[in-house]
Ligand binder design. Structure first.
Ligand code: SAM
Length: 285
């Protein structure tokens, strides 16, 4: 099954192809490597370069790190974008990311509809806190867990820009935190997991998604209140939807799968890009 993510406010995926994508983030247009864009782009690269402000040049082919090259005399390396009632800081980082994953729009909509001031939300592998801020805007209690100190600082900036307060920050390995919460008997109404394919814990411990996924899902499921929902995003070249579904089938019978699908986004030029897998599971009692 395929789920199609729509563009968040002020963002457009303009075109993709030739191993790159062309995106608009508010006023700024970027070109970034995208290995899922193995097909031919709709527009010629010269046209992309006329429109774009910045292009990410990897250190070597396939490398995550690299540098941003200014196009058309661009200078602004940090700017803000408004999405619904939130405001996020974007920045050109040395690993090609800008601080938001726009395909998460589908989860932001779900979070906004599901949460209210009586609910408790754990956002784990929470990155710059888009889901945390959007969750907190509903009045819900929000716990934000990430193992990177500098990323938590960025999330705090997003909290301040969005004029909300009270997000609880946890700088820790997400699986360790979740397992400790299970022991403490704490419960949540909504948990979102967005683990990277390869992660590094707060004590430098290495993380491989395929090895930890089942444990991560099962421990998180234990933390849910009845009727609670677990959202899992994954992006790993080694994890197919079939393998992912097998892992979900290990959950108890009380687990009702609301969604389990590939996540895709269309470009304005009518190309399609794959963005990993997404599941939403509800504990029915
Ligand atoms: C893929 S990003 C999450 C994207 C985010 N949910 C969003 O949509 O905006 C992964 C995040 O996981 C964090 N991370 C990596 N390994 C971790 C671990 N073992 N425990 C907690 N966080 C981890 C990274 O610092 C990074 O912020």
């Amino acid at each position: 099954m395929k789920l199609l993510a729509t563009f968040p406010e002020n963002y457009e995926l303009i075109d993709a192809g030739g191993g790159k994508k062309l995106e608009r983030w508010g006023e700024i247009i970027t070109i970034r490597p995208e290995h899922q864009a193995y097909f031919q782009a709709a527009l010629p690269l010269n046209d992309w370069k006329k429109q774009a402000n910045w292009e990410f040049i990897p250190e070597k082919e396939g490398a995550l790190s690299g540098q941003w090259k200014a196009l058309n005399n661009s200078q602004q390396r940090t700017w803000e974008i408004a999405i619904e009632n939130a405001q996020f800081q974007l920045s050109l980082t040395s690993n090609k990311h800008l601080g938001l994953f726009p395909e998460q729009q589908t989860n932001w909509e779900f979070i906004t509809q599901f949460l209210n001031p009586s609910k408790r939300f754990l956002n784990a592998f929470a990155y710059t806190g888009a889901a945390s801020v959007i969750g907190r805007l509903t009045g819900a209690e929000v716990i934000h867990c990430d193992s990177s100190k500098s990323i938590i600082e960025w999330a705090k900036t997003n909290q301040a820009l969005s004029e909300v307060t009270g997000i609880k920050w946890v700088l820790e390995d997400a699986l360790k935190f979740i397992q400790r919460e299970v022991k403490r008997g704490n419960k949540y109404d909504l948990i979102q997991l967005d683990p990277p394919a390869w992660g590094i814990g707060s004590n430098g411990e290495k993380w491989k998604l395929e090895e930890k996924l089942a444990e991560l899902i099962q421990s998180s499921y234990e933390l849910l209140h009845p009727k609670g929902v677990l959202i899992i995003n994954t992006y790993s070249p080694k994890l197919t939807l079939e393998k992912f579904n097998k892992t979900l089938q290990l959950l108890p019978k009380s687990a009702h799968i609301l969604t389990s699908s590939e996540l895709w986004m269309h470009t304005l030029s009518e190309k399609s890009l794959f963005y990993g897998l997404l599941a939403r599971i509800q504990k029915i009692k």
